[in-house]
Design a protein. Structure first.
Length: 303
């Protein structure tokens, strides 16, 4: 498969990482390889760029693009939550995340997109775990309504969950029909609503929020002093997960606010924010790549 994916906030990510010749780095979301390519170009000889992706097809598809870097690229076919077990503490100069899904997923006939009539799979690693169809056949109405509401802020989540579970589901079109049954009077918003439903289900299938929390916490510990952590999020739940984890590492004291004196030692703080507000795509990038419209880049530095 040939990639047509355009890397989001590419220049901003590379500039924020401040890639040094003498450090190793990690791209926890390899995807189409655009970010990895730019990082590898700036790294010194003998250094390593650790590239994580759950999808072996994505890794195989991007290998020709990165072949010129030889042993500088180390591929990790696994969830990025394994970062902390694969790499030692305080060994990296920077870690990058471009969360969500890539063009490869959307074009892979695996049910990530509402635009076709694909099997309802939605697994980022198609070789293991429960697919979307099996999930929808066993999940309760309460559980599905909660996922729709919490993952995508969907209105009428209870009604939608009930309608989805009443259908004899097999393909994306069956799921689309259920969505249209509930939101059919909102034609202008229908594609956006479908995308949010697919997002909510996909996040459950792949355990995305727990993956993010575990991996980002590990990334902080893997950074050397002065190393940078760059995270691109695309929706509020991703952003909340990232901020919740990193706020812990921004605190010096972990004692209860009601404690009269600090008893924890007051030396917990490991990172600082580099940009007070997230970086967002320029007007020029938005014109060239509509997929970047909701992207927000947060940058932190290990102290």
């Amino acid at each position: 498969m040939t990639y047509n994916h355009t890397s989001v906030l590419l220049n901003e990510c590379v500039e924020s990482l401040q890639v040094r010749l003498d450090f190793d780095y990690a791209d926890c979301t390899l995807g189409g390889g655009g970010h990895s390519e730019k990082i590898a170009e700036l790294m010194g000889e003998g250094r390593r760029l650790h590239c994580f992706d759950r999808d072996i097809d994505a890794i195989n598809a991007v290998k020709p693009r990165l072949a010129r870097f030889g042993e500088k690229i180390v591929y990790h076919h696994m969830p990025f939550s394994n970062l902390g077990t694969e790499l030692a503490p305080e060994t990296l100069g920077g870690v990058l995340y471009d969360l969500g899904i890539s063009f490869h997923h959307l074009s892979g006939n695996r049910g990530f997109s509402f635009a076709g009539n694909e099997p309802l799979d939605m697994r980022m690693d198609a070789t293991q775990g429960e697919n979307a169809l099996d999930y929808l056949r066993r999940v309760s109405e309460d559980e599905l309504a909660k996922a729709l509401r919490e993952n995508s802020d969907l209105e009428m989540s209870r009604r939608l969950a009930k309608r989805i579970l009443s259908k004899a589901l097999a393909t994306a079109q069956d799921l689309n029909n259920a969505i249209e049954d509930v939101y059919g009077n909102r034609r202008k918003d229908l594609n956006s609503l479908k995308a949010r439903v697919y997002q909510a289900i996909r996040m459950e299938i792949n355990g995305e929020i727990e993956e993010i929390k575990k991996s980002v916490a590990a990334a902080v510990l893997c950074l050397k002093s002065g190393g940078r952590l760059c995270v691109i999020t695309y929706h509020s739940k991703e952003a909340r997960a990232v901020k919740d984890v990193l706020s812990f590492f921004e605190k010096n004291c972990l004692c209860n606010v009601n404690m009269p004196v600090c008893v924890c030692g007051g030396n917990n703080r490991k990172i600082r924010k580099v940009n007070k507000k997230p970086l967002t795509p320029s007007a020029d990038e938005l014109k060239k790549n509509s997929c970047s419209r909701s992207a927000a880049l947060r940058v932190y530095e290990r102290i």
